[in-house]
Design a protein around this ligand. Sequence first.
Ligand code: GYE
Length: 330
Amino acid sequence: MSFRSLKKKTVMLICALMLSLAGCGREPAATGNGNAADETMVLGFAQLGAESSWRTCNTESVIKAAQEAGINLMFEEAEQKQENQIKAIRSFIAYQVDVIAFAPIVKTGWDNVLSEAKAAGIPVILTDRTIDTDDESLYTCYIGSDFITEGLMAGDFLKKKFPQDNKTVNIVELFGTVGAAPALGRSEGFREAIKDDSRFHIICSQSGDFMRSKGKEAMTGILKYYDDIDVLYSHNDSMTLGAIEAMEEAGISPGEDIVIITIDGEQEAVDALKAGEINCVVECDPMLGPTIMDTAKKIKEGEQVPRNIYSKDNIYTEWDDLNEIPPRGY
Ligand code: GYE
């Protein structure tokens, strides 16, 4: 057995072990097909965690797409810790995978480990979140949403929802994970959209770490402190759904007493939009698996790929025909 074939078999075994330890009850994501195994590419994927339904769907999309593409997937989940993601990337480098893909939990702090991948000749794809680096050669491309555009879409809805009069509009922002690209971009785009209208005031911005429980906790505290909130702008649906629970417990009618704008487009949020508890949902597509696999194969073949491969995100509002929205799948 060649070293390469031994390496691939080891990767498959590890992958199977990781998935069974994770208790997700799936078949190993690794797939090989007999003699062709030596040619099968190995992709190391470092997922950041399992904080939201969006993330669960994103993970499922990656695992399924790898199986369908006949790619051996080494999958690691970092439990929301950057150091775990760095460890996972180092293990992929040690196993000499063909391509590394990862969803960076925060924007900064990746240069060292990505330099190690570069020195080992392993190309890197950023998926679903971007990074800040002075060395653009440390990754090949980004696949995911444009978060500033999502924030702009959210802000544009707000301007339409509150047509010109002189009343002040008090906004609470539930911020995602501090330092994370989607949180920073959604915050920036939203502020950009409303900056020329002095009626809009962001009276409070608090992190709920993209999690339902923390969204509820944050909103419970905020409602005790402020009694003049007009709008909740939340960076993801999980936090929004938690915040809605907090509002209901406080006797506040979500979507009526407080206008709610949220991002992701989970089924539960779309159902709440239909029920009038949410006013606007900006979509963020989690099903990135097929594009990741396709792009990884092209990179391995030495083909040029675009630097940024953006998802096309829609917006759904209380003014739309909501029966048109297809089942979300997450
Ligand atoms: O909006 C949120 C998740 O990185 C785009 O992370 C992703 C975000 C998504 O936890 O629900």
